[in-house]
Design a binder for this molecule. Sequence first.
Ligand code: FAD
Ligand code: UDP
Length: 368
Amino acid sequence: MRVYDYLIVGSGPFGATFAYLAKQAGKTCLIIDKRKHVGGNLYCENIAGINVHKYGAHIFHTSNKDVWDFVNQFVEFNRYTNSPIAIYKNELYNLPFNMNTFSKMWGITTPSDARAKIELQIKDLNIADPKNLEEQALKLVGKDIYYKLIKGYTEKQWGRDATEIPAFIIKRLPVRFTYDNNYFNDKYQGIPVGGYNVIIEKLLAGIEVRLNTDFFENKLDLEALADKIVYTGPIDKYFDYCYGELQYRGLRFEHEVMDTDNYQGNAVVNYTEREVPYTRIIEHKHFEFGTQEKTVVTKEYSSDWKQGEEPYYPINDERNQGIYQQYKQLADRSDTVIFGGRLAEYKYYDMHQVFESALNAAQKELQY
Ligand code: FAD
Ligand code: UDP
């Protein structure tokens, strides 16, 4: 018997936003999640009085005022600005690549010196149209920065040679000829005061949630409960891998409570050499300027992904894009299932892009 207008599979930002807007429009929703908590990868756990980002550092940033206004209805954001540090064999650099990085690397002081240095390092390479991440990175910042701060980190993160990774991935990072360590160019940035759970709890207020419930373990019964489905899990799994498996990158997090009030002096420290097994160490209290007695740090390890493990990053190379496009055609033909979010749209989305996608999907579906 149909009980709900929508069954929403996944309580991350896409599912929770859609549920909130559907409820506002007078619709009934059941939201399920296979995890034991709501919030998807935004979920935080309070450990030693610190909001610990259990699935990796999450910094909210956007230039979209509609998205910023939407999330600010639910929570206030603090003034945190992401400025990661990169460590390469005990040498320490500021990120993203900017005059502080160039100055430390080459002992120079002016933007024209920095540009000249980069020019000199790449003039023999003749890269007109970069075809992969390695070429793109070399063209942007030259050989020293590529070999010290990019190649090792990238190959750990993606488990393949930097020449096999699409160029757009390195363009996520700004390159600036000013002394500005802000990792993002967006107009708005911050961390929700009290953590991300505050947003998700407010989005889901008054909505029925069933945790520890995997859609595929009880598909027929669950589908029968609602007129329509909003699906935010992996798209290939929904279609039973009929066009083959998409590839993802996996992650492993090692969380540790430490008996010191300040372990590394910054929220995000990247370890860019290949030999250090983790990619970055996160010290969570610094996202909220915490003054607790202890600290919690997380080492993040990137890993090959296998069926049954949590898929974290879509791998947007040509092969996977080709397969995804076939699934997308099936998805576009469905009148009863809406596919949205990082896994169902198979895109390297940040949170603001997921909120934007959910706002658009809800507007189209609910016709307001
Ligand atoms: P998710 O948050 O992944 O939620 C999907 C939910 O669906 C999950 O809870 C999952 O359990 C559930 N689900 C899946 N399959 C099923 C099933 N079969 N049955 C029931 N439930 C199911 N973005 C930023 O803007 N800034 C950052 O700094 C940032 N840092 C990140 C760091 C890391 C390490 C990672 C991995 C991501 C980061 N992101 C960041 C991206 C951000 O996490 C995503 O954009 C966002 O979480 C995607 O939201 P979503 O709703 O699409 O999916
Ligand atoms: N990157 C790098 N060195 C760094 C940080 C990032 O080479 O110290 C590259 C790497 O290829 C990474 C990409 O830039 O995959 C994007 O980095 P971002 O911090 O946006 O990745 P995310 O936080 O999504 O894992």
